[in-house]
Design a protein around this ligand. Structure first.
Ligand SMILES: *[C@@H]1O[C@H](CO)[C@@H](O)[C@H](O)[C@H]1NC(C)=O
Ligand SMILES: *[C@@H]1O[C@H](CO)[C@@H](O)[C@H](O)[C@H]1NC(C)=O
Ligand SMILES: [Ca+2]
Length: 366
């Protein structure tokens, strides 16, 4: 008798749990099709609510033709998702996309959708995909909801391909000449160990130039306020962004074999189209890239390399260069920010080459 009662209880509990998770998934639209989804911005801020058209606020969706609205929780909420929201609302491009409570929290505005994952090119939020598992970030403690700010003009970085191929060269540099670079973590981790016993050992550096053109309709402005820029004593300039570009080497099965570091550049106009005047100079308060200008980081600059000292020689690899890989700056498109090249690496400068560079989107997480 006792065991039968226990079984009944277990079965009842199982049904309850299944029912709850079904209801939760349904309510949060983890699997729903989004055909009838509506999107709008909303805010608790009185001053903003009073303006005619909201350009920033929390993002709300409705699956019942506007009868009820709810917010979004997503691990990957970024400028990519923001661009889709702004595009769908006819408000341009995202200049900010965060998870926060600044326009109201999920107590007052419960999530109606979780795990939204966009490439950034979709015309409607309904066309985006979903994270494959329930995001652990979207738990009961989290009060944040997805927020965007839309602007009508935006920058658009485009990576140059010819510059990478033409400039590529391999160079052996003793660590005694890499003091600044090592301070900024521009060599692989093993170098710091080796330096203790062999301070003059050389690193093999694959150097190349990277050109970042602004083909958008607004200047590139570093995301941080200039008061927050960090002075780098070694290179004697301010860094306005922590991660402006990444350089990585993969084998042909896309396993990473060498990590270039995350380069934090000092943004400026190095070359401009005819009729456009350069105005950003890598100064204390003047960093950026004007519309119609480019910032070229030539291969002779410190840190403009991948440390390939430990990469096996006489093989073919893939080099990936990505601008603004963390989507810190708002852009019209992230489809033109990546370059993917072939790299024949021999360990010898005269026969090592980078070729076949193709422009690629910032790699969409698989
Ligand atoms: C909510 O967002 C803020 C900043 O936007 C962040 O500091 C905080 O960690 C977030 N909370 C959770 C639970 O993710
Ligand atoms: C820029 O910052 C450096 C270091 O703090 C300072 O020495 C220099 O005077 C500043 N220049 C300007 C133009 O503010
Ligand atoms: Ca771009």
């Amino acid at each position: 008798m006792e065991s039968q009662r226990l079984l009944t209880i277990v079965l009842l509990e199982l049904l309850l749990v299944l029912g709850q998770s079904w209801a939760n998934n349904n309510r949060l639209n983890l699997h729903n099709n989004y055909r009838n989804m509506l999107v709008r911005l909303n805010t608790n801020k009185v001053a903003l609510g009073g303006v005619q058209e909201l350009r920033e606020g929390l993002v709300e969706v409705s699956f019942d033709y506007g009868a009820t609205w709810g917010t979004i929780c997503s691990t990957s909420w970024s400028m990519r998702e923001g661009n889709v929201v702004c595009r769908q609302l006819g408000l341009g491009y995202a200049s900010k996309a965060t998870l926060s409570t600044e326009h109201g929290d999920n107590k007052k505005h419960p999530w109606a959708m979780v795990g939204t994952l966009c490439r950034g090119t979709e015309s409607r939020l309904a066309d985006c995909s979903r994270e494959t598992i329930y995001p652990s970030l979207c738990n009961v403690q989290n009060r944040n909801v997805s927020v965007v700010t839309c602007v009508s003009h935006s920058a658009d970085l485009e990576i140059g391909l010819a510059d990478i191929e033409k400039s590529a060269r391999l160079e052996a540099v003793p660590m005694s000449r890499l003091t600044c670079a090592m301070e900024e973590h521009c060599v692989s981790a093993d170098a710091y160990e080796i330096r203790r016993t062999q301070p003059n050992a050389a690193r093999l550096l694959l150097r190349f130039s990277v050109k970042a053109s602004n083909v958008g309709t607004a200047d590139v402005s570093p995301y941080a306020n200039y008061k927050d820029w960090v002075w780098h004593q070694c290179h004697r300039h301010y860094h306005s962004m922590n991660v402006f570009a990444t350089f990585d080497v993969y084998d042909l099965k896309y396993r990473k074999v060498a990590q270039g570091h995350k380069a934090s550049f000092c943004l400026m106009d190095t070359d401009c189209q005819p009729g456009v005047r350069a105005k950003y100079t890598c100064g204390n308060t003047t960093q950026g890239i004007s519309v119609g200008c480019a910032d070229t980081y030539t291969h002779v600059l410190d840190c403009q390399w991948v440390d390939v000292t430990r990469v096996p020689v006489n093989r073919r690899y893939i080099l990936r260069v990505a601008l603004n890989p963390e989507y810190r700056l708002g852009e019209i498109s992230f489809e033109n920010n990546g370059a993917e090249c072939l790299l024949d690496y021999t360990g010898v400068s005269s026969t090592t080459r980078i070729y076949n560079c193709k422009r690629s989107p910032l790699w969409f997480r698989k």
